[in-house]
Design a protein around this ligand. Structure first.
Ligand code: 13P
Length: 249
């Protein structure tokens, strides 16, 4: 049985005061929930403050990016080892905003995935197609290549210690959610692809859906057999929405 997981991706939002209020509300609002792990991935500067608020609670936390390099002369970058100082559990790698706005290609994403695992953290590997790719029937080919880059570098077994997030680019921040059937079909494709190489990995890996998940569509999405939870952007910044989404699993 795969546990359900709901991760808030705060992106580049928040400040110390707002974060504290948001987290306090989430801690209280999700306290009674069973069978779901809730997490937040926050901007680097807030990791220490978030750690202080969340330690000894049921909420886990992580970062939204990491350098593929070891310590050294990489101005502006953050090493995976640094994240250990703040007791992170997760690191989002390969988010489509990093791919499209910051030029991360499949190989770079695979290196970040590997670095994350090398220090014992869990990568949340984002994959997904653009609208143009979907419209010309390229969804599966694009996702195939995104996954293959990681499998080639780290091997199929490495995916057992990871989370995959299917985030169709056309659904991110647009209010246009994939239908449960559309999402399920891609999740099933991902799982069957992995199963060709290792059935145990395929059966155990959590595959989250991300892209305009809100309180009013979460339960239909999460009811799909291959959707193990969500990666939530905008709605994770609103306590009531995030709590409802966590409750929907
Ligand atoms: P939205 O939920 O705002 O569409 O963002 C999804 C996302 O990018 C999560 O990583």
């Amino acid at each position: 049985m795969r546990t359900k997981l709901v991760v808030g991706n705060w992106k580049m939002n928040g400040n110390l005061t707002q974060n504290q209020e948001l987290l306090n509300a989430i801690i209280t609002g999700t306290r009674e929930l069973r069978d779901v792990v809730c997490a937040v991935c926050v901007p680097y500067p807030y990791l220490q403050a978030v750690q202080l608020v969340l330690k000894d609670t049921h909420i886990t936390w992580g970062a939204q990016n990491v350098s593929q390099f070891d310590f050294g002369a990489y101005t502006g970058e953050v090493a995976a080892e640094m994240l250990l100082d703040f007791a992170c559990r997760y690191v989002i790698v390969g988010h489509s905003e990093r791919r499209s706005l910051f030029g991360e290609d499949n190989h770079t994403v695979a290196e970040k995935f590997k670095k994350t695992q090398s220090v014992g953290l869990i990568p949340i590997l984002c994959v997904g197609e653009t609208l143009a790719q979907r419209e010309i029937g390229e969804t599966e080919r694009v996702i195939d290549e995104q996954l293959d880059a990681v499998i080639k570098l780290t091997g199929i077994n490495s995916l057992a210690q990871s989370v995959i997030a299917y985030e169709p680019v056309w659904a991110i921040g647009t209010g246009r959610t994939a239908t449960p059937a559309q999402a399920q079909s891609v999740h099933a494709f991902i799982r069957s692809k992995l199963a060709k190489q290792n059935t145990e990995v395929a059966a155990s890996v959590q595959i989250l859906y991300g892209g305009s998940v809100k309180s009013n569509n979460a339960s239909d999405l999460f009811a799909m057999p291959d959707i193990d939870g969500g990666l939530i952007g905008g709605a994770s910044l609103i306590a009531g929405e995030f709590i409802s989404i966590c409750s929907a699993v």
